[in-house]
Design a protein around this ligand. Structure first.
Ligand code: 3EB
Length: 352
């Protein structure tokens, strides 16, 4: 068993502490900072998603870097997308100002549909047929205009683009998150792949988001609970934004600690589902690096305490102030997990 896909690693830094010598190994990056991106990062055509959001806990900046071992990366632009790729992966960012509303359709919906159309066109043109992860950021995500919540408008634009490109992309619902920020254009990052077929993971305790009933908007959200990439040496799990939802309903209104505990249960179940696909419990909740989006800064102590109590360990987490796409959700947690698959091969060899 071998895989040609070169490995992809992830580094989370509280500060953007990147030297120029490392720049060729960075496929792309997502940065959260209230003040704007440090110019030191804006070199070598790295696609940076620069998000205006406060990092809670005293740090000024939080960055997630996608690292490739081989430095044979190509950088470029395609329509409004800035991307970097190697043979196996393409990471891209697209930011679009919101278009003006038309009589029928909101500007946010139109911008979202255009952004996703451009991404799907790039997939076909550059021959990266698989989508692993989307990161979505929208201003005022809980706002309402034209009688529709802005998150629902975003969902409509995204869903229409998925439907339009169904022939090329198939029935793929990748892992995703969708958060509200106080300012900035519509901002989307994405990771595509060429070789490894992604396995979509759902949570049996939750209705799949793409099957939510109509009370959550006229078009359903296009994402799965996680995407699993399995190769011979390493397994990677992109865990979507996960919240206190059971079935399709928000649980524990106005109770940040209880919402946190419910979210941890959902994260554990997503990990269990992925571990079933690997035949071994390789992904462990207390080994994850968590990105926690917090709606109200004053809930931070309760949320942190609930996470620490649940994990019963010193966990690694970063806390970002952001709006969650449902008004009643007080937090959302996402993570990327990686596990060494060589243990699995050893065990299987031992058994045979
Ligand atoms: C949920 O489970 C909470 O629209 O892309 C989580 C992750 C959520 C991704 C998205 C929304 C999205 O419905 C919200």
């Amino acid at each position: 068993m071998s895989s040609l896909a070169p490995s992809l690693r992830f580094i989370n830094l509280p500060f953007a502490d990147i030297s120029k010598s490392q720049a060729n190994t960075i496929l792309g990056a997502i940065h959260f900072t209230e003040a704007g991106l440090d110019s030191a990062l804006a070199y070598n055509d790295i696609p940076n998603l620069n998000l205006t959001a406060k990092v809670l806990q005293g740090h000024e900046m939080a960055s997630e870097l996608l690292i490739v071992e081989d430095s044979a990366v190509v950088s470029g632009r395609h329509a409004h997308i800035q991307y970097r790729s190697n043979a196996a992966y393409l990471f891209g960012v697209i930011t679009l100002p919101e278009f003006a509303d038309t009589v029928d359709v909101s500007g946010l919906q139109l911008s979202t549909e255009q952004a996703y159309n451009e991404i799907f066109e790039l997939m076909a043109a550059f021959d990266y047929p698989y989508i692993y992860r989307f990161w979505n950021y929208v201003t005022d995500i809980n706002g309402v205009n034209k009688n529709l919540e802005r998150y629902w408008q975003f969902n409509a634009g995204r869903k229409d683009a998925f439907t339009r490109h169904a022939v090329t992309i198939g029935e793929q619902y990748p892992a995703a998150c969708a958060l509200g920020l106080s300012k900035g254009p519509l901002s989307i990052a994405f990771l595509l792949g060429r070789d490894t077929i992604p396995i979509a993971i759902e949570n049996p305790r939750q209705v799949s988001a793409y099957e939510y009933p109509e009370q959550y908007g006229p078009r359903t959200p296009s994402f799965s609970r996680a995407t699993l990439l399995k190769s011979s040496d390493i397994a990677t799990l992109f865990i979507s934004g996960t919240a206190s939802i059971v079935g399709h309903e928000t649980y524990h209104l106005n109770d940040p600690a209880a919402q946190t505990r419910e979210t941890m249960v959902n994260l554990q179940i997503v990990l269990n589902q992925a571990n079933q696909q690997l035949d071994r419990p390789l992904f462990k909740l207390n080994e994850l690096f968590l990105r926690v989006y917090v709606r109200n800064a004053h809930d931070l102590p309760l949320i942190k305490q609930a996470i620490h109590d649940h994990l019963n360990a010193t966990c690694k987490a970063i806390y970002i102030l952001a709006e969650i796409c449902r008004q009643d959700l007080l937090l959302e947690i996402e993570a990327i997990a990686q596990a060494d698959m060589s243990q699995v091969n050893l065990t299987k060899a031992d058994l045979s």
